[in-house]
Design a protein around this ligand. Sequence first.
Ligand code: HEC
Ligand code: HEC
Length: 221
Amino acid sequence: MTSFRRLLSAGLLSAAFLWSLPSHAGVAEGRKAFEANKCSGCHQVEGPAREKTIKDQMAKKGPELWYAGSKFKDGFLAKWLANPQPIRPFAYNSITERNRGDHPKLSQKDSSDVAAYLMGLKSREVKPLGLPAVDNPRGRIIFVKKQSCYGCHSARVRGKMAGGLTGPTFAGASERLNPDWVFAYLKNPKVFKPVKMMPVYAGILKESELKELASYVSSLN
Ligand code: HEC
Ligand code: HEC
């Protein structure tokens, strides 16, 4: 066999192997279910971010999902899509109207297919650093005291919800957020959310502090 043919058959073999993996099988069906359920009417699945002005942001009906595979932890989407629980205390793009918790719900099968599809949407801006999701004193002090993260974000403290309501909650963040994405977002928020209400901390906090903060936030239950 020529080396080219050997390479080709190895390629075909690995392609056949990948195709047989269950998560891969759901991707095409997940994309179909995403369209069929009109998810794309509210969510952007192609990057980069398009919004430039407040008006563009206000026209968005839901958070962008074009980097979902970099943002979320494995297992989160399949569970959440079948039983969505409010993440943002207020309705999207609002700071007065409460989140009514009426997000469309998918069947178990559609949830895992759509999750497989969305988890394939990655951003090259999120480097796989393997940051740990751990409570750490420096991250906690920045979050609670040095910066006002806590003033806008809620978390569960000794079993009780506490903190501000303007930003997404971090209750359940340990099941939801990938620390590598949180770090990438804090370091370069413009890539993910060009029009935002949240202050920019890059340049105020050191890179090592942003990492500790990312680890801390992603450890919250
Ligand atoms: C009418 C607009 C609308 C439709 C239709 C819609 N969503 Fe959403 N979606 C939202 C809003 C608003 C949120 C924020 C909810 C929250 O924070 O609790 C959201 C949140 C999400 C999230 C979590 C994202 C994050 O960053 O926290 C995912 C994943 C998601 N939607 C997927 C879907 C899928 C899949 C469908 C199709 C079945 C769908 N959505 C249909 C508006 C919509
Ligand atoms: C003035 C209010 C405010 C402060 C202070 C604030 N945030 Fe935010 N944060 C937001 C809002 C609002 C969002 C939603 C995206 C947006 O509009 O920018 C957000 C989004 C986030 C997200 C993405 C969450 C998701 O699920 O999409 C992370 C992570 C985050 N903030 C971490 C922090 C950290 C860490 C600090 C402190 C260093 C902080 N925030 C301080 C308002 C705030």
